[in-house]
Design a protein around this ligand. Structure first.
Ligand code: URA
Length: 248
């Protein structure tokens, strides 16, 4: 198994971050620091350490849906400037969960937390076309004449993006609630896209990731059942039998 896959599979980090750990010389295999991303290991024989600590393959896969409140950073650990992070909610768990994807500090809504690095990677990879749906308060009020333009897409950071869905939910006196969906996972995508269309985002709530919907109140979470995860994996990743090591 490739070392970065092993590290994400073991639940200590995502695959992308595993690469950074390897490149920065933090990973040892059988007592030797490795910096080659294509290094292969045998998970049952080789001794892998990160920052000097033994990495064990956790067989248990855990997944939950979290309602991230506004003014919480999508990050683990302590923030140097004292902002609230996900640690407030997940620090004392017996499994180490990390967020699959992120929401801005001032955004709220659905975040999937897991220790399954493969799953976290796939959920935000555009090739799997998992649609993320947002309810957004925009200013000024939505001009219905711009609907065609909003639906037809534009270039952002050199890439053509186009919403998978768009509708106006409600007009207020000087703002509108709209719903917009994308399968892309670029940073600040919704804000940047709407800015290009002439609107400022005042509030942003992610209400769905594929078939998983936002429920509960800000700060609450619920574990996903094995059946829910298996169904999701079958539908979006074509994994016939799901993962037998799922925990809940
Ligand atoms: N798009 C954004 O601009 N911000 C988010 O938090 C999520 C999607």
């Amino acid at each position: 198994m490739r070392i970065n896959r092993f590290l994400s599979f073991s639940g200590i980090t995502s695959r992308r971050k595993a690469e950074n750990l390897i490149l920065s010389g933090k990973v040892e295999v059988n007592g030797k620091v490795i910096t080659e991303l294509n290094c292969k290991i045998d998970p049952y024989k080789d001794i892998v350490k990160v920052n000097g600590e033994l990495v064990k393959v956790s067989k248990k896969r855990a997944y939950l849906l979290f309602y991230k409140p506004r003014w919480v950073l999508t990050a683990l650990g302590k923030d140097p400037s004292g902002l609230e992070t996900l640690d407030k909610y997940f620090k004392d768990f017996d499994v180490r969960l990390f967020p699959a994807g992120r929401l801005d500090f001032d955004s709220e809504g659905l975040i999937l937390m897991t220790n399954d690095g493969e799953f976290a990677h796939k959920i935000h990879h555009p090739s799997f076309k998992i649609i993320k749906r947002y309810q957004v308060l925009i200013n000024p009020i939505f001009d219905i004449a711009s609907k065609e333009k909003v639906l037809s897409g534009c270039f952002l950071m050199g890439k053509f993006v186009k919403p998978d869905d768009f509708k106006v939910i409600k007009n207020l006196s000087d703002a509108s609630w709209i719903e917009i969906a994308f399968h892309e996972g670029m940073k600040h995508l919704v804000k940047e896209y709407l800015k290009k269309m002439g609107y400022d985002v005042k509030r942003l709530i992610r209400i769905a990731i594929g078939d998983f919907r936002l429920t509960g109140v800000a700060g609450s979470y619920r574990w996903l059942s094995q059946e829910e995860i298996s169904r999701f994996k079958r539908k979006y990743f074509g994994e016939e039998f799901g993962d037998r090591n799922e925990r809940y």
